[in-house]
Design a protein. Structure first.
Length: 283
């Protein structure tokens, strides 16, 4: 918990230092003054609105108990068992089976499931997925993950701004400066996520979630189905999605292209093997 808070502070501090350095390089003293304002704004947006940015990336909407009584029952039961506040629930309209948690802490957490995962999984498997996401909340993974996602989104969109400020003399394209910034900022955003997020967090959430439900094989079965579903219905590698992809329970892309830069997921086979070992399963 403390480690994730420290890593969040370091991440925000590193971004601020980079913004100040760029401001000094481009505009000297006046550039630094403007950079300070940009850094404060960026950090504030990343910290206080990271959950909204992640939910917006998946076009998620709040869902009521009347609409999804079974989902509410599962989340309420697991939250009660864990003696933790119940998070807000959202649904993304995509047919790809996936889920993620976001927010600053357990009292301000949100869990989002896709329409596709509700159609694909049975209740036992869905309980495993929800327990996994709740474990991210209780392990305090979501603070660093959500802030990293927000920062990556902001940095990625800066690449589009670079096109206008780095235009060529004949206005026929972004020019060398804009093109260079676009090439640099994408990997920088991915690198920030890779440095901030440890792949071991997925193993920890799998284990904690399995302990919460008492059913490791339920989550293992869900992970197998989700992997097949994400392969058959991959999401487009758009900037709004790549920056938030590490939040999801499974990599939403095919595993090629720019999405690979943002991947922080261990293999499904390794995760299933660990869960089967917890259950004492022998092949």
């Amino acid at each position: 918990m403390h480690n994730n808070g420290l890593r969040t502070a370091v991440l925000l501090g590193a971004l601020s230092a980079a913004i100040l350095a760029v401001g000094a390089w481009l505009g000297g003293g006046r550039g630094v003054q403007l950079a300070v304002l940009i850094a404060l704004l960026t950090n504030g947006v990343a910290y206080f609105f990271s959950d909204r940015i992640a939910l917006s990336a998946m076009r998620a909407r709040p869902v009521s108990e009347v609409e999804q009584p079974a989902l509410y029952r599962i989340v309420r039961e697991l939250s009660t068992d864990a003696r933790q506040p119940m998070p807000r629930l959202h649904i993304s309209p995509t047919m790809q089976p996936n889920a993620f948690a976001t927010g600053r802490n357990p009292r301000r957490a949100s869990i989002c499931v896709t329409y596709g995962i509700l159609q694909l999984l049975n209740e036992r498997e869905l309980r495993g997925v929800i327990a996994h996401e709740l474990s991210h909340v209780y392990n305090r993974d979501i603070l660093i993950s959500s802030v990293a996602a927000a920062l990556a989104t902001i940095i990625t969109y800066c690449s589009y701004i670079a096109v206008f400020f780095g235009g060529s003399d004949d206005d026929e394209g972004p020019g060398y400066i804009g093109a260079l910034l676009m090439m640099i900022l994408g990997p920088v955003a991915a690198g920030m996520i890779q440095m901030a997020i440890s792949r071991s967090r997925e193993f920890h959430a799998d284990e904690s979630g399995a302990m919460l439900t008492g059913d490791p094989l339920g989550l293992a079965s869900a992970l197998r189905k989700i992997e097949l579903g994400t392969r058959s219905l991959p999401l487009p590698e758009e900037s709004r999605l790549t920056s938030a992809s590490h939040l999801m329970i499974a990599n939403p892309f095919r595993g090629a292209g720019v999405g690979r830069l943002f991947s922080t997921h261990p293999s499904t086979a390794a995760r299933v093997a660990r869960l089967e070992s917890m259950a004492g399963y022998r092949r």
